[in-house]
Design a binder for this molecule. Sequence first.
Ligand SMILES: [Fe+2]
Ligand SMILES: [Fe+2]
Length: 242
Amino acid sequence: MNRTTEAITLAAIGDLHVTEDSRHRYRDLFAAISDEADVLALCGDLTNFGKIGEAEILAEDLRHCTIPMVGVLGNHDHECGAQEEIAKILQEAGLRMLGEQATVIEGIGFAGVKGFVGGFGRGELGPFGENAIKAFVDESREEARRLENALRSLRTERVVAVLHYAPVPDTVEGEPLEIYPFLGSSRLAHAIDRFDNVKAVVHGHAHRGTYRGATPGGVPVYNCARFVVEEAFGRQYALLEI
Ligand SMILES: [Fe+2]
Ligand SMILES: [Fe+2]
């Protein structure tokens, strides 16, 4: 175990949805975050349509962030099938993309995946019937498996999980009940609850959700979609002591 006791301030924001006409929209925000926090976590939907041009505009602004940055992509970043190129552009601007590879910053472990849909609790879709349903459920299981592997690779006392999709229904409350199954998957929470060193989970995606919830095992979950955080705090990023 890597023992460090000093708390760090984590800034987290999701759902930037950068468009091709939003040049420098987040430049001052990233500079402000750098003054207030030790690490920044980006929770996906960084671009609006998953376009290379959008990623390049965001990359320019990310260069104004002077603290370490970790992040995952969201479903919007996959829209044009250019997710690998987008990840590369953002990595070149200093963002550590999480996935199979976890990372450690200032003694805190960070593991993350995009996640996937599938539903929560008793409403979770199971792998029964048509092949298309099984493929859909496989994708949901695969993302949870990748998260679990990344978490297992960390030996730090404190770990933060970074997701795009929600791992619990608590933080999607406020969205229409009919779309809950498309906002996340309980499989992500089950993966997190297998470890006792996860201190917080940050995610995005549910723009009209609720800021705070918890996994069944009691790990705090924060919906850091910028719309949710702005509604709660009057600023676009969450600040957490880890
Ligand atoms: Fe979004
Ligand atoms: Fe999303």
